[in-house]
Ligand binder design. Structure first.
Ligand code: SAM
Ligand code: SF4
Length: 473
C-alpha cells in the first residue's frame, strides 16, 4: 500500500524513550520513605512525574493495598460519587489495517463488513435515546470511506436525531488519526472528545502487531495525533493503551508520559485515559498473550493511574465483566459505558446474543442500561449524563473542573442530579426510579440551603411535572 504524505504537528517529537522507561522498571529496592512521599503528594491532588509513578509500580504486595486505599480516597475527594455514563456506536468495520488483535482487521475473512447508512445511524441513535443515553462515542475502522468529512457529517446527523425527549448532547469519536485539516473539520461538527489509543507505547511491539505495509504501522503518526488535534483547536482528547500487548507496567508509564507531555506542551492534559484489556475477537485474532493482565493487576493499574493523573477521567468499558467494573469504580474509574452493543446495528438488530463476526471484540458486560443504573444507585453512586462543560466551552485549559474551588458543588452535582432525574422520569423501570428518587433526595439534602439549592429544587420539580428538559449550569 502507498503511504500517503503525512504532515506531522508543529511540535512533533517522539517523547517515548523505551530505554528510559525500561530503566525505570528495572528491579530495584523500594525506598519506603519515598514511596509514602509519592502517595502523600498524590493525595494532595498533585500530578505525579513519570519517576514517581514508577515508584508506585514498585510497591510490594503489602504496599499495593496502600496504593489502592489512597486511590479510593483521592477518587472520592476529586470526583465525589458521580459516575458518567455513555454508549459506543460502531458506524463501519471496513478497515485497511491488519492489527493482529482486532476482529475488523482486513485479513479476517470471517468478518461481516458493513457501514451504517444515514437511516441505519438514525435507527441506532433513536434506540440509544430511547434507552436514556445522552453521550455517545462513535467508532470507525480505518478506511478511505471514513475520512474526516464522513465522520463530521455522521456527527452532525447524530445531533439532529430526536426521539420524544431523547437527544444526544455529546458525540465523542474514536477514529484513525486525522491530519490537521481533518481535525478542523470534525471540530466544526461539534465533537466532544477525540479519542485514540496508542495501543502499545513499546516501539518494537507496536511494529509487530501493526504489520509493515499497513497505515497503522507508523508509531509517530499515531503518537502525534493529539498534537495535530491541538494544532487544529481540538483541546479535548482521550488517550489509551490496549493492555496485553506488552508489559502492563511499561504501558502505565507510557500513558503517564503521554499525559504529562500534553500538559507541558499544550497546557492541557488528556480529558480521559482508557486501558482496555485484550478480548477474544473473531477470525483467530491474536489475543492469547504472555502479557495478559489479571484482575488484581488491572485494579492496581487503575489505582496507579488515579494517583498519577488526578484530574484525568478514567474509562472502564463493557469489555470487562460486571463484577470487576463494579469494584473498579471505587478506586479510580469515573466513566463507564452501559447497555453497550458493539455489532454494527447491534442496538436494534440482534437482541441480546453477541455476534462475534459482526463485532470488533467480545463484551464482558452486556447488561441493559437500566440494570447498571440500578446497581450504581443502590451502591450510592450518582449516575450522570451531564454534558454541560463541553457545551458551555468549559474544555481544554478552561476545563478547570477540579481546580476551581467549589466547582463540583456548583456545577457537577446539580447537573448530575438534573440529568439523573430526566432518566428517572423518562426511561427508568419502577424499581430503578424508586432507588433513584431516594438518592436524589439524599443528595439534595447535602446541598447547603440557599439560592443554588432552591434553583436545583425548582429544576428537579420542573422535570417531574412538565416537559422541561436539558436544564444545566
Ligand atoms: N480503527 C481505529 C483505530 O484503530 O484507531 C479506531 C479504533 S478501534 C475501532 C477501537 C479500539 O478497540 C482500538 O484502538 C483497540 O485498542 C481496541 N481493540 C481492538 N481489538 C481489540 C480486542 N481484541 N480486545 C479489546 N480491545 C480491542
Ligand atoms: Fe482497523 Fe482499528 Fe481494528 Fe486496527 S484496531 S484493524 S485499525 S479497526
Amino acid at each position: 500500500m502507498l503511504t500517503p504524505v503525512r504532515t506531522l504537528s508543529h511540535h512533533c517529537e517522539d517523547f517515548i524513550h523505551d530505554s528510559e522507561v525500561e530503566e525505570l522498571l528495572r528491579p530495584q529496592p523500594l525506598d519506603i520513605g519515598r514511596f509514602r512521599g509519592v502517595v502523600a503528594k498524590a493525595l494532595d491532588k498533585q500530578a505525579l512525574t513519570v519517576d514517581e509513578a514508577a515508584v508506585l509500580l514498585r510497591a510490594s504486595p503489602e504496599l499495593r493495598q496502600e496504593v489502592l486505599d489512597a486511590a479510593r480516597e483521592l477518587k472520592r475527594k476529586v470526583y465525589g460519587n458521580r459516575i458518567v455514563l455513555f454508549a459506543p456506536l460502531y458506524i463501519g468495520n471496513f478497515c485497511v489495517n491488519d492489527c493482529t488483535y482486532c476482529g475488523f482487521r482486513r485479513s479476517n475473512r470471517d468478518a461481516v463488513r458493513r457501514t451504517l447508512t444515514d437511516d441505519d445511524v438514525t435507527a441506532q441513535v433513536k434506540a440509544l435515546e430511547d434507552m436514556g443515553h445522552k453521550r455517545i462515542i462513535v467508532v470507525f475502522g480505518e478506511h478511505p470511506a471514513y475520512g474526516a468529512d464522513v465522520i463530521a457529517r455522521t456527527v452532525e446527523n447524530i445531533y439532529r436525531v430526536r426521539s420524544r425527549h431523547g437527544e444526544i448532547r455529546r458525540v465523542n469519536i474514536n477514529a484513525a488519526p486525522l491530519d490537521v485539516e481533518g481535525f478542523r473539520r470534525v471540530k466544526e461538527a461539534g465533537i466532544g472528545t477525540y479519542q485514540i489509543f496508542q495501543e502499545t507505547y513499546h516501539h518494537a511491539t507496536f511494529a509487530k502487531v501493526h504489520p509493515a505495509g499497513t497505515l497503522k504501522n507508523d508509531y509517530l503518526w499515531r503518537l502525534d495525533a493529539m498534537g495535530r488535534a491541538f494544532d487544529a483547536g481540538v483541546d479535548d482528547v482521550g488517550i489509551g493503551a490496549l493492555f496485553g500487548l506488552y508489559d502492563w507496567r511499561f504501558e502505565v508509564l507510557g500513558l503517564v508520559t503521554h499525559a504529562r507531555y500534553l500538559q507541558s506542551r499544550y497546557g492541557c492534559g488528556p480529558h480521559t485515559i482508557s486501558f482496555p484489556r485484550l478480548r477474544p475477537a473473531s477470525g483467530n485474532a491474536q489475543v492469547t498473550t504472555p502479557y495478559a493482565v489479571d484482575d488484581d493487576n488491572l485494579k492496581f493499574v487503575i489505582a496507579v493511574l488515579r494517583l498519577s493523573v488526578p484530574y484525568t477521567g478514567l474509562i472502564l468499558t463493557a469489555r470487562e465483566p460486571a463484577e470487576l467494573r463494579r469494584e473498579a469504580l471505587a478506586f479510580g474509574v469515573s466513566q463507564i459505558d452501559a447497555g453497550s452493543r458493539v455489532e454494527l446495528g447491534g442496538y436494534t438488530e440482534f437482541g441480546d446474543a453477541q455476534q462475534m463476526d459482526r463485532e470488533q471484540f467480545e463484551l464482558g458486560d452486556v447488561r441493559p442500561l437500566d440494570a447498571i443504573m440500578r446497581e450504581l444507585l443502590t451502591d450510592g453512586y450518582v449516575p450522570s449524563f451531564c454534558t454541560a462543560c463541553y457545551r458551555l466551552g468549559r474544555t481544554g485549559q478552561h476545563f478547570m473542573e477540579f481546580a476551581i474551588p467549589g466547582f463540583i458543588q456548583t456545577f457537577c452535582t446539580p447537573n448530575a442530579l438534573t440529568t439523573l432525574m430526566e432518566y428517572l422520569v423518562d426511561y427508568a423501570s419502577e424499581e430503578t426510579r424508586a432507588a433513584g428518587l431516594a438518592l436524589v433526595a439524599q443528595e439534595l439534602g447535602r446541598v447547603p440551603e440557599g439560592p443554588m439549592r432552591r434553583t436545583l429544587e425548582q429544576r428537579l420539580n420542573a422535570i417531574q411535572t412538565s416537559d422541561s428538559r436539558d436544564l444545566y449550569v
